[in-house]
Design a protein around this ligand. Structure first.
Ligand SMILES: CC(C)(COP(=O)(O)OP(=O)(O)OC[C@H]1O[C@@H](n2cnc3c(N)ncnc32)[C@H](O)[C@@H]1OP(=O)(O)O)[C@@H](O)C(=O)NCCC(=O)NCCS
Length: 163
């Protein structure tokens, strides 16, 4: 099994966004691989176009990717104001590698970045992985209520909503 490498991208992940760069700053068609990872393993993030993924990356404060050789096997990103509020988005691990600690590695790497470290509250939304996040210190936000305003139609140029 090829060694795992975790990349913490610069804000907006310009290398991944424009050149598909992976480990060692080598071009690996990374954006296409991200699209495939989402399509196969992230039910809420299917059908995103390359243009939408570029925009999603450009608008993210922190982006983390996990590679096994040239294969993209994990991903996560976050938005943050650096002090009071941050939100985790699009945390995903390839299905055949679940249960090996990779998801934990992705989330811990996000939480350890300067943009998230020390932030007062870090939020996330999950449909069926609450137990995973509870192991990482997250708790259900009751009595807070999650409200959502959905775009009337999926924007063509925007990333749409996730989770
Ligand atoms: C959720 C996800 C990222 C977890 O990644 P993973 O690599 O399988 O998780 P890990 O192996 O790092 O698990 C860490 C711990 O959480 C537990 N865990 C993992 N998924 C869990 C789940 N869905 N519910 C409860 N506990 C879970 C593991 O058993 C492990 O516990 P341990 O340390 O006692 O062994 C992965 O299952 C995934 O990509 N799922 C599909 C996409 C998804 O639902 N993402 C979350 C969107 S918010």
């Amino acid at each position: 099994m090829a060694a795992l490498r975790l990349l913490i991208h610069a804000p907006g992940a310009p290398g991944l966004r424009w050149f598909g760069l992976g480990p060692g700053l080598r071009p690996t068609r990374g954006l296409w691989k991200l699209q495939r990872l989402f399509n196969k393993h992230a039910f809420w993030a299917q059908g995103r176009t390359m243009a939408q993924l570029r925009r999603l990356l450009a608008g993210s404060t922190v982006v983390v990717s996990l590679w096994q050789g040239k294969r993209l096997v994990g991903f996560g990103r976050a938005s943050s104001d650096g002090i009071y509020r941050a939100v985790l988005w699009d945390v995903v691990v390839a299905g055949d590698l679940h249960g090996q600690g990779l998801g934990r590695r992705v989330v811990e790497a996000l939480l350890a970045t300067p943009a998230l470290l020390g932030v007062e509250r870090i939020y996330l939304m999950t449909t069926n992985s609450a137990g995973f996040y509870e192991q990482l210190g997250f708790r259900a936000a009751e009595p807070q209520v999650l409200l959502v305003k959905q775009a009337a139609s999926r924007p063509q140029r925007d990333g749409g909503s996730s989770a």
